[in-house]
Design a protein around this ligand. Structure first.
Ligand code: AMP
Ligand code: GLY
Length: 425
């Protein structure tokens, strides 16, 4: 088979690494890819938003399966474009991807189908939102409706802060048209867990759980980022929680999307908060998480190509998913300054020391190859994943290895996996 992956981050590297192991694979392409993905795939210089050019490329090369990584092309309808041209593609259509690209749609869906989530109201004007804030309880959560690079959620401690937030989102359009509508949501607390699930429109197969570390600095301080590190499995995701989520969240979400005529085929990412009242959905994404994929996929035992094809063909009920009985911790090595301003283009040293290791993966998030020299090329540069028999060992292994990789302005969080110490062994 010839497979094309769309994207060029750490998530796509993890997908490429897994697909490269498939006995079904003859040739792998990735658009645009990066220096790490180049080890397994021929990288093609077409951007993820050039859907016609990507589909023409797939047709010209006789691609048998295209896998879409990022949210933006999914939200813009890349899957619809590929399907119209008769191409086989893995990911939700535009209407189904709205479960991520519109928080208003996702919240209304959960309300209509009684899927547990935080209480909320939707506003179309700043004035009405501000009126509502006068009688609200604090803290309170503001969410821009559309995609905002993971930055569209503001937690406001008091009325003044919330009014500033409403103005920034709805009047100053800090996130562009993503702020045309606003969700104001009740603030809830508890451990956060990410569960990614394979979906075929009817059936849903959840993968092993993971946990992200979204804030830029240690102790969960600083601005939100795309994710500074992950671990899998989450120590909070017990069998009891899993049972609850299967019954009240995962399958009901699939059924709800079907009932709305938006059958969901692809990866459903369920962001959960485990509150005292039980698990609640914080958000849905319509794709693999990044860097969740970097700890979940290395633990997957199945042939990924086979599972993706089962999703497209609606026969996920015939698949037995299994994961290694081990643990993974991923520490993101970033450019100092991310998610704000940072410099790039610095040489990366030490990558070779991981070659051939089967308990370490160095996933490239933003790198480029210039004449054989690997350079930093973005905010999140690399994801260093360590595998071990349990979470504590995986965390120790990850941090033992971070100094083997060097580049100018390297920054990382020192406390990825701090939650491991909060749970009894
Ligand atoms: P999201 O982009 O929806 O994942 O939100 C980003 C982060 O904001 C989440 O990972 C949570 O830490 C936090 N968050 C979102 N919604 C709420 C809520 N209703 N209550 C408390 N924290 C929230
Ligand atoms: N790491 C969170 C996300 O991929 O949205």
């Amino acid at each position: 088979m010839k497979v094309l992956i769309i994207g060029g981050g750490g998530r796509e590297h993890a997908i490429a690494q897994k697909i490269s192991m498939s006995p079904k694979l003859d040739k792998l392409y990735c658009a645009p890819g990066n220096a790490g993905i180049g080890q397994y795939a021929e990288c093609v210089n077409i951007s993820v938003m050039e859907h016609e050019a990507l589909a023409d490329f797939a047709l010209s090369k006789g691609i048998d399966l295209t896998v879409v990584g990022p949210d933006d092309p999914l939200a813009a309808g890349i899957v619809d474009v590929f399907e119209e041209k008769g191409l086989r593609v893995f990911g939700p259509r535009k209407l189904a991807a709205e479960i991520e690209s519109s928080k208003v749609f996702a919240k209304n869906l959960m309300k209509k189908y009684k899927i547990p989530t935080a209480l909320y109201e939707v506003f179309e004007s700043a004035g009405e939102a501000i009126d509502y804030l006068k009688t609200s309880k604090y803290p309170i959560v503001l969410k821009a409706d559309g995609l905002a690079l993971g930055k569209g959620v503001l937690i406001c401690m008091d009325y003044d802060q919330a009014v500033k937030g409403v103005r920034a989102i709805m009047e100053e359009k800090q996130f562009g048209t993503a702020g045309n509508r606003l969700v104001i949501e009740e603030f809830i607390t508890g451990p956060e867990v990410s569960v990614l699930a394979f979906c075929d429109g009817t059936h849903i197969l959840p993968m092993t759980s993971a946990q992200d570390h979204k804030r830029a600095f240690d102790n969960d301080q600083g601005p939100n980022t795309g994710g500074m590190g992950t671990l899998s499995p989450s120590p909070f995701y017990t069998e009891e929680v899993d049972e609850f989520c299967k019954k009240y969240i995962y399958q009901p979400t699939m059924d709800a999307m079907k009932a709305e005529g938006r059958d969901f085929v692809g990866i459903l990412f369920v962001g959960l908060m485990l509150t005292k009242e039980g698990p609640k959905v914080l958000e849905y994404n319509a794709r693999f998480g990044d860097p969740e994929a970097q700890v979940v996929l290395p633990r997957l035992k199945n042939d990924l190509v086979e599972v993706l094809e089962a999703c497209i063909d609606g026969r996920l009920d015939k698949i037995d998913l299994s994961f290694e009985d081990n643990a993974a911790v991923c520490v993101i090595l970033a450019s100092d300054g991310y998610p704000g301003y940072y410099e790039k283009g610095f040489p990366i040293e030490g990558l070779d020391s991981f070659r051939g290791a089967d308990d370490y993966f160095v996933f490239h998030a933003a790198t480029k190859n210039e004449g054989g020299q690997i350079l930093t090329n973005g905010g999140r540069v690399l994801g260093l994943t360590a595998i071990a028999s349990d979470l504590k060992k995986a965390r120790a292994k990850a941090y033992e290895a971070v100094d083997r990789i060097n580049f100018a302005n390297k920054y990382m969080r020192k406390d990825i996996g701090r939650v491991i110490d909060q749970v009894e062994d």
